[in-house]
Design a protein around this ligand. Structure first.
Ligand code: NAD
Length: 248
């Protein structure tokens, strides 16, 4: 029997996210033509698809992007923790194909991005900002890609530089907190899928904005939605905020 749906390849298919994606592909209108993991034929699998989704490892995503760029087919990248070189490879691919690259594919987290951007500008410099994230004990990178994106957004809103002004954890005699820093804290334990809180604290009041993901299906649905959206877009580097129309 012929498979129906848009031919889709998933890289990292036997991982936590990969399994969720494989399970939901058909109901989102895709035919899973390649479920690729370590030891499988990456090139052959990608050749069979019309669009690919990568949730694998930081060493793998740049290679997937190169192959998809060569083939001229759209790509969704969910893998986090990429170094500068890895991000440059994704950027280079995006000159030739549409790439949706997002640290978090949930609708809720992308709404959180939008909310904290607004909150930082309304509350102003009188509010200290701290980011706290919690994930399961198997997560390899820290802080999470989502927390790093939150820091980027908040730095943009405050005119700060993420490389200079984000303070990762505190230990020892660190002295009083400065106005021009954003604190970042990564908590690990159990099976937590992904929690992110941004604390805005001033003398006299505190605002905390929290997102909690309770299932990986949330990210999988978002990534599949991004794959559908990417087909037919012009080459470029897109975020989930673009997919959801949350820009501007
Ligand atoms: P995981 O470790 O459970 O799965 C990763 C999979 O990639 C494994 O099955 C592994 O064997 C496979 N892999 C490794 N090398 C490979 C190769 N050369 N070719 C093909 N497959 C290979 O991890 P996970 O929890 O599924 O997360 C995967 C990535 O997605 C991580 O970077 C994680 O941070 C990220 N993530 C992103 C989002 C998001 O919304 N953007 C959400 C959850 C996780």
């Amino acid at each position: 029997m012929a498979v129906s749906g848009t031919p889709l390849a998933i890289v990292g298919a036997r991982g936590r996210m990969g399994r969720a994606l494989c399970a939901l592909a058909a109901e989102n209108g895709f035919a899973l033509v390649a479920a690729i993991d370590q030891g499988d034929d990456l090139e052959g699998g990608l050749a069979a698809c019309e669009v690919a989704i990568d949730f694998s490892a930081r060493e793998v995503a740049p290679r997937v992007a190169g192959l998809m760029a060569q083939a001229g087919k759209p790509l969704v990248v969910g893998t986090t923790g990429l170094d500068e070189q890895g991000r440059a490879a994704i950027g280079a691919a995006a000159k030739r194909i549409p790439v949706v690259f997002a640290p978090n594919f949930s609708v809720g987290v992308n709404t959180l991005f939008w909310l904290v951007r607004k909150a930082a500008s309304v509350l102003g410099e009188g509010f200290d900002i701290e980011i706290v994230e919690m994930h399961h004990n198997q997560k390899k990178d820290a802080p999470s890609g989502t927390a790093a994106r939150l820091a980027e957004i908040l730095c943009e809103a405050r005119g700060l530089d993420p490389a200079r002004d984000v303070r990762h954890g505190r230990e020892g005699l660190v002295g009083a907190r400065t106005r021009g820093e954003i604190g970042m804290h990564a908590v690990r334990g159990g099976d937590v899928v992904g929690d992110h809180t941004v604390h805005f604290a001033s003398a006299g009041e505190r605002l905390e904005v929290t997102h909690r993901a309770s299932t990986r299906e949330t990210f999988a649905h978002g990534a599949l939605r991004a794959a559908r959206w990417a087909i037919g877009q012009r080459p470029g580097l897109y975020s989930m905020e673009d997919v959801l129309g949350l820009r501007g």
